[in-house]
Each structure stands twice: as C-alpha cells, then as structure tokens.
Design a protein around this ligand. Structure first.
Ligand SMILES: [Zn+2]
Length: 192
C-alpha cells in the first residue's frame, strides 16, 4: 500500500486541524446544515385614521400605514425574506389581497404561518436582520419591543432578530413622509 494510504486516523485529524476553515468545511465527513438566505423589501403609504404598527408594536403617530392587513411593513419584509430563503412564492402570492379572511389581520400571524411551514421542511432561523426606513416618528424607543414581538412570532430568541431604523434626511417619498419602507434578510439552516 502506498505510504499516503497508510495515514492513521489521528494523522487525518492533525491534517484537518492544519487546514484553513474553508478547507475544513469541504471535508466530506463533515455534516453541514443546508444554509439558505432570503431578502425582503416592502413599502406602504401613510394615511390618516390608520394605526401605525411596526414589528407587531403599535406606535403613537398621527398617521398609520394603509394596506389590506394591518400593513406592518416590517413584518411583511421579514415574511418575504423567509419565503425567499425557503424558495417559496412571495407574500403577495401566498396571502393575496383578494382573500377577505386576511383583512385587518395582525401581520405577526403571517410570520407564524411561514415559520410553521419552514419547520415542517426542517428549517430553523439562524438570524434575521432588518432596517426600517422612516422619516418619522422616532423609532429608537420602540426597537426593543419590536425585536421581542418578532422573535416571539418566529419562535426564536431575541438575539436572533435585529431591527435598525434609518431616516432618509428628507429625500424621496420616504423622506417626504409619504410612506414607510422596510428591508429584511433572513438566514435559515435546514437539514444536514
Ligand atoms: Zn406589505
């Protein structure tokens, strides 16, 4: 037998330790979870007489977001990020405006539904990161509550969900306070 074939198991272990992290990941004996990433973007107009709900948290403001459900733009962006990571149709296709049973529904329900499906397919959340683009109101005091609500709906720890808020310094439709936008990215780990 050639010398290279006579390597003992400890020898292989030592070689694996010497390898770069990337090389170690390519070792065939390492069981890796299937990682899938998805992104989501959403926007809704601000209208008088509507509640402003972001990440399941009602925020005092003279105007709220208009839409078929509670128009929670942050939850919708997270929902689309999860659906994208799972390779499924987006929110509009999955929960259409034409479905009257969804009118006024709290958007955290959509997240619970999508996570139920994700778990039946063997996927769990690694992390979700989000940004809300809003000129007003000031969102910083509500960030912790939003993270808590989103994490509870997704069935993960608060550490796995982050929410950031940005102003657009008066630029564009968001800067003119015509509406609010949100972006989300989700990383899911599936079966090995
Ligand atoms: Zn939406």
């Amino acid at each position: 037998m050639p010398k290279s074939r006579q390597r003992s198991a400890p020898g292989r272990a030592a070689r694996a330790n010497d390898a770069t992290p990337a090389a170690r990941l390519t070792e065939t004996h390492v069981k890796r979870p299937l990682l899938r990433v998805g992104c989501g973007v959403d926007a809704h107009p601000l209208r008088p007489g509507r509640r402003l709900v972001l990440g399941g948290v009602e925020i005092p403001h003279p105007r709220g977001l208009a839409g078929h459900s509670d128009a929670d733009v942050l939850s919708h962006a997270v929902c689309d990020a999860l659906l994208g990571a799972l390779g499924l149709e987006d929110m509009g296709a999955r929960f259409p405006d034409s479905d009257e049973t969804l009118r006024g529904r709290p958007s955290l329900w959509f997240l619970e539904e999508v996570m139920r499906e994700a778990r039946t397919r063997g996927f769990e959340i690694v992390n979700v990161d989000t940004v809300i683009l809003a000129e007003a109101p000031r969102l910083q005091p509500h960030i912790a509550a939003m993270r808590k609500m989103l994490a509870a709906a997704l069935g993960v720890s608060v550490d796995s969900v982050t929410v950031k808020a940005k102003r657009l310094e008066g630029m564009g439709a968001v800067g003119r306070q015509e509406g609010i936008m949100a972006q989300a990215i989700a990383l899911l780990a599936g079966p090995t």
